[in-house]
Design a protein around this ligand. Structure first.
Ligand SMILES: *Cc1c(COP(=O)(O)O)cnc(C)c1O
Length: 473
């Protein structure tokens, strides 16, 4: 069926999605995060490529039927696994508008609307995080891409130290760029380095303890042998701890190093006076990466990269010798020349909508509610004789494990993590923290309340007790 025959169906199919939304969203508070009983529905996705097609109304109805049941309801209030945000009403509607308008978001000539929204959004974000207004920036699909963006700029800078324009000539012939980090370094920083041609194992980890805390003396010594890239982590995923960014900024300044800060969710500590000290020094970095789809509660995919010297983005990602690209000036910015993507959606719209709808104080209130909830969880863990807190809750992550006498606690917590995911009332899996299997729920969803935290503790203790009753194998 030629899509042209469906032209007058747009209203029907879009209305069908809008009509399904209220029930789905209202149900998020009550339903299982993941209902294993719904998984057989996934078979409905399968089948041979249709020859003639079933038309839009039937196909969208099918997607809604399967999706509203079998999706992981991770945008609800009890998905605590990894660090996963939800989607505020304004952000979700902004995302729908993005699809409605279907803009070419990377080029001013193609959409002055999208590029202007991006420029304004980036300015608002710098303001929100207390980053200098004269920094450059670009929206990315994720913090992985934002880390890639910052580290690509670092690579360009590194090439300059050796008289090479990496954007034009590549890195062949250059020495390997030294990259120094604490044990908090996120896997996506390694992924960025593997894409950039240095390999994920190029990171020299200098840690002073088994949690991975930064070894500043070791970093100072490593930096004394010449230009290098220092990577700071604002908010690591196991316990929500922070690298000492101010000290690392001092080191970078003293040794002429490039400081990149990965603040995927931790950059949001800047929003509250209760936690802003954790990101002291971030404004002295050379590049900063963060996520929108985590603590900003904007739908996937959403991230942002900021760079101290705005022109670095253009030299790193621009000038692809494409004669149809117009020259940029202050307003007619082509964001496809400032980041790793070329054609891209109008990624700014959901962020713009959320920042406009809830403002500085609304986002601060959300962050502070999560800080309160993390404190509550920490308190409940402390009060429970069968739970052991493994690290103080610094921000929105609480790292703990279930304990029972005469049990291999790693085996017990591994089984517990699996049991929690299969149970589905709350969602949190395991990590390895200081050599121990641990749970590390992250609280960043705008819908989460005290009742959800209390249920989390109840489910962990209930399933833990059941597992502990089984004879150890
Ligand atoms: C989540 C996370 C990332 C990667 O973010 P994506 O959005 O998954 O690409 C990087 N660093 C830290 C600290 C994170 O928590």
């Amino acid at each position: 069926m030629d899509p042209l025959f469906d032209r007058d169906k747009a209203e029907d199919v879009l209305s069908s999605v809008a009509a399904a939304a209220p029930d789905y969203l209202a149900g998020l508070d009550a339903r299982l995060v993941r209902d294993v009983a719904s998984l057989p529905l996934l078979d409905g996705l399968d089948g041979p490529l249709p020859e003639d097609g079933h038309g839009a109304p039937d196909s969208v109805a099918e997607l809604l039927r399967i999706g509203t049941a079998a999706a992981t309801h991770s945008s609800g209030p009890r998905f605590f696994h990894f660090v996963v945000g939800g989607s505020t009403p304004a952000a979700m509607a902004g995302d729908w508008v993005t699809s409605l308008l279907d803009q070419v978001g990377g080029m001013w000539t193609a959409s002055a609307f999208a590029t202007t929204a991006e420029t304004v959004t980036l300015r608002w974000l710098r303001d929100l995080f207390g980053l200098p207004p004269d920094w450059g920036g670009v929206l990315t699909p994720s913090a992985t891409f934002a880390n890639l963006t910052g580290l690509a700029c670092a690579r360009q800078w590194w090439g300059e130290q050796h008289g090479v324009d990496v954007a034009a000539d590549g890195i062949a012939g250059l020495p390997r760029m030294p990259v120094i980090a604490s044990g908090y370094v996120h896997a996506s920083v390694r992924k960025a380095l593997q894409i950039l041609g240095y390999g994920r194992d190029t990171v020299q980890v200098l840690a002073s303890d088994d949690a991975g805390r930064a070894d500043l003396d070791g970093m100072r010594a490593a930096l004394s042998s010449g230009p290098a890239v220092l990577v700071g982590c604002a908010g690591e995923v196991n316990a929500g701890d922070f690298d000492p960014l101010s000290d690392m900024a001092d080191l970078a300044e003293a040794h002429g190093a490039w400081l990149h800060v990965d603040g995927a969710f931790g950059l949001f500590a800047a929003l509250s006076p209760r936690t802003a000290h954790l990101v002291d020094g971030v404004a002295r970095a050379d590049s900063v990466a963060a996520d929108g789809h985590k603590w900003l509660n904007v739908p996937y995919e959403s991230g942002f990269a900021f760079v101290r010297e705005p022109e670095r983005l253009g030299t790193t990602f621009g000038s692809w010798n494409a004669p149809y690209l117009a020259p940029m000036d202050d307003t007619s910015i082509d964001y496809n020349c400032l980041g790793p993507e070329s054609s891209r959606r109008a990624r700014a719209l959901p962020i713009w909508a959320s920042l406009r709808a809830y403002g500085r104080t609304g986002h601060r209130a959300m962050v502070e509610r999560h800080l309160d909830l993390a404190e509550r969880l920490e308190f409940l863990v402390d009060q429970s004789p069968d739970l052991e807190l493994l690290a103080p809750a610094q921000l929105c992550v609480v790292c703990f494990r279930y304990t029972a006498p005469n049990h291999d606690l790693d085996a017990l917590n591994t089984a517990l993590g699996k049991a929690i995911l299969d149970d589905g009332r709350v969602y949190v899996g395991t990590t390895v923290y200081r050599g121990m299997i641990a749970l590390r729920p992250a609280i960043v969803n705008w819908r989460t309340t005290e009742a959800d935290i209390d249920l989390l503790v109840k489910v962990v203790r209930e399933l833990g007790a059941q597992l502990a009753l089984r004879p150890p194998r």
